[in-house]
Design a protein around this ligand. Structure first.
Ligand SMILES: C[S@@+](CC[C@H](N)C(=O)[O-])C[C@H]1O[C@@H](n2cnc3c(N)ncnc32)[C@H](O)[C@@H]1O
Length: 255
């Protein structure tokens, strides 16, 4: 790990336990914890591959899995990943730093249709790593895919800085709302939900299509997806079998 996440440096050692217990209690009390997942589910194709980036104890990824998506959840905090594994078997839960994310190195070669960073993840990553986080998350999403990011606007990460980092990461702000249930965005909103699009086009090696490099690192050529599916990346084969729509070009084109 490079620069330590503020999740560790700004919080005490008991914070992870507290966070796990808090969300378990809310779930037991019947609190609606699925708002982010409902939005994601509405904007991606059925049975998509979704990266829950900074997944914590897994509430968003678990709900997406319940809705039929294939979920990989990644978090830097092993205690939270252990809770996700225990509470929500089914999705793949991995410990990793988003600023250095390389899932192909762990055998997860196939890009995602979407990624979600819910619950202020961007304001808990290591200070100064925000751009790297967006770049590495974006690198795991296929061209034309979506990255959904929500965080409080009073948490020291101005929207102008975020937008600059988004652009540097090769992503585009397509929509912005004030809540996950799509209340209109305004400059004085206390929360921002940004739907970022990864553009299509460019060469296989340019920064808007780094998934080509990700697949290449798995030791295969991008066009040889059949070999990838059959031999090297079981998750790809699984998606092929499930018939996932690989390039849902726009919301209106999504079945
Ligand atoms: C407030 S929690 C949100 C958890 C989850 N997304 C949710 O909404 O329930 C913030 C999460 O970001 C994770 N995080 C912070 N920096 C990270 C990094 N560099 N890489 C991976 N996860 C990180 C923390 O470990 C923590 O689980």
């Amino acid at each position: 790990m490079g620069i330590p996440p503020r999740w560790f440096t700004d919080k005490g050692p008991e914070h992870s336990r507290w966070y796990i217990d808090r969300f378990r209690q809310m779930a037991a009390d019947g609190v609606d914890l699925a708002g982010e997942a409902r939005l994601l589910d509405a904007i991606v194709a059925p049975r998509s591959r979704i990266l829950d980036a900074g997944c914590g104890p897994g509430r968003v990824g678990a709900e997406l899995a319940t809705r039929g998506h294939t979920v990989v959840g990644v978090d830097v905090d092993p205690e939270l990943i252990a809770a996700a594994e225990s509470d929500h078997p089914g999705p793949t839960w991995l410990v990793a730093d988003l600023a250095e994310l390389d899932l192909s190195a762990a055998g997860h070669c196939e890009p995602f249709e979407a990624a979600v960073l819910a619950g202020n993840v961007m304001t808990f990553v290591g200070l100064g790593t925000e751009r790297a986080v967006l770049t590495r998350v974006g690198a795991h999403v296929r061209a034309g895919g979506i990255v959904a990011v929500g965080f409080g606007t009073d948490r020291g990460y101005p929207m102008a800085d975020f937008d600059e980092d988004v652009s540097a990461a090769g992503l585009m702000v397509e929509h912005r709302f004030a809540t996950w249930d799509l209340r209109p965005w305004s400059a004085d909103a206390t929360f921002a939900v940004s739907l970022l699009r990864k553009p299509r086009g460019g060469s296989d090696t340019d920064r808007t299509r780094p998934e080509a490099a990700e697949i290449a690192r798995c030791g295969v050529r991008q066009e040889n997806r059949a070999a990838l599916s059959a031999n090297l990346c079981p998750s790809a084969a699984e998606s092929e079998r499930r018939g996932v729509v690989r390039h849902p070009g726009s919301l209106s084109a999504t079945p």
